[in-house]
Design a protein around this ligand. Structure first.
Ligand SMILES: Cc1ncc(COP(=O)(O)O)c(C=O)c1O
Length: 368
């Protein structure tokens, strides 16, 4: 039986004036819309009780497995308002597939792709007024507004033994997102941690589970102590090859026209990463996925054969990486400012997401 998401409209949505005040400067992750998508699962009934309901707290038994063993997964994707007012999701089936893959890794029930998609669509329709208008004018990056969707799935069975939960709850929250770079795209510096690893072969690095992010917070603190905004993780076995940043995949642009990125394995298979790999040839770049030694990154950045570095992820799209620091070294990428290829690729992705160029890859999914 397919899972439906009928709307139970909020009786007291936020008044329009208050919503508009929030949308004027939403920031990221601070505000939530009037509704959420819900569904439940248990071993007897499978998926059931789908719906779009007024956003509300829910009660959880203190013995719920998620609170003890972190059996939880999540996703992140955005809804975009095009200039004609229509609303679109970008490659949502890729998020649905990754959600199912994460569920398998965390021994949670797989939500069928179609149900994931319907939940996202119906929530965006119910909260359509919350999707901000994009503004193509102003400094690069300043008009990038969207409605961020956060699907998640938690293990709710009250039981203290370590085994897969027999009950789970699915929710999708929506949160308006302002521009990541309100006053123009700037670069970040990455701290190459050798204290902490994000993932090991056979571990959960390729899944989007909460524990990966809880474990990243100490590394993030370490980065800040060294004056860096983000972390660059290395492989856990030898600390010799580069993996990814805490919430973004890493890409290198070489002087001879390669778009180089670490191969899949222990990293998260980013939708943005895949998008830039697919768009690379359109900008005259050859996409290459392979293991990248840290020593190669350092020497090629220093000698100038790696000309640009950027991080790719849904939240910031493409973030220029203008430098690295590690124990006893600091490297500046190029002249220390965002690179032209990075900015061109960034623009190409955004033009697609906001419907300003033709969607030849069939990545856009109309919601309304
Ligand atoms: C660890 C990690 N790597 C990469 C990404 C980028 O993935 P995407 O482009 O699908 O947002 C994310 C964000 O979801 C992430 O959490």
């Amino acid at each position: 039986m397919s899972l439906d998401f009928p709307l139970d409209r909020a009786a007291h949505p936020l008044p329009g004036a208050e919503r508009r005040a929030i949308l004027a400067d939403p920031g990221f992750g601070r505000w939530f819309t009037d509704h959420m998508a819900v569904a439940a699962w248990d071993t007897e009934r499978g998926w059931h009780d789908g719906g779009i309901r007024p956003l509300a707290p829910f009660t959880l038994h203190p013995g719920a497995a998620v609170l003890h063993y972190g059996q939880e997964i999540f996703e992140g994707l955005k809804a975009y308002r095009h200039a004609d007012g229509s609303l679109w999701l970008f490659r949502p089936r890729d998020n649905a597939r990754r959600f199912a893959a994460s569920a398998r890794r965390l021994a949670l029930p797989e939500l069928p792709e179609d149900a994931f998609l319907r939940a996202a669509e119906e929530l965006v329709r119910a909260d359509a007024d919350w999707v901000p208008e994009a503004d193509a004018d102003g400094p690069e990056g300043s008009g990038e507004q969207s409605l961020y969707l956060r699907p998640f799935l938690i293990a709710t069975e009250p039981f203290l033994g370590v085994r897969p939960s027999a009950q789970a709850l699915f929710r999708v929250l929506a949160s308006p997102a302002g521009p990541y770079f309100p006053s123009g795209v700037t670069g970040v510096t990455l701290w190459v941690t050798e204290t902490y690893a994000r993932a090991a072969a056979g571990g959960t690095g390729a899944a989007k589970c909460g524990g990966n992010y809880a474990g990243s917070l100490a590394a993030q603190n370490e980065a800040r102590e060294h004056g860096c905004e983000q972390v660059l993780y290395l492989d856990s076995a030898g600390h010799g090859t580069i993996e990814e940043s805490g919430t973004m995949n890493l890409c290198l642009v070489t002087r001879d026209g390669e778009l180089l990125t670490p191969a899949l394995g222990t990293i998260l298979e980013g939708v943005t990463r895949d998008t830039v790999l697919a768009l690379a040839p359109e900008l005259g770049l050859r996409p290459v996925e392979r293991a990248i030694p840290l020593a190669e990154l350092r020497s090629r950045v220093a000698e100038g054969t790696v000309t640009e570095v950027f991080a790719a992820g849904t939240a910031a799209v493409l973030t220029p990486v203008t430098g690295f620091k590690g124990e006893g070294y600091a490297v500046t990428v190029g002249d220390g400012t965002p690179g032209a290829t990075t900015l061109a690729l960034r623009r190409a992705v955004l033009d697609l997401q906001y419907g300003r160029t033709e969607d030849r890859h069939g990545w856009l999914h109309r919601v309304r």
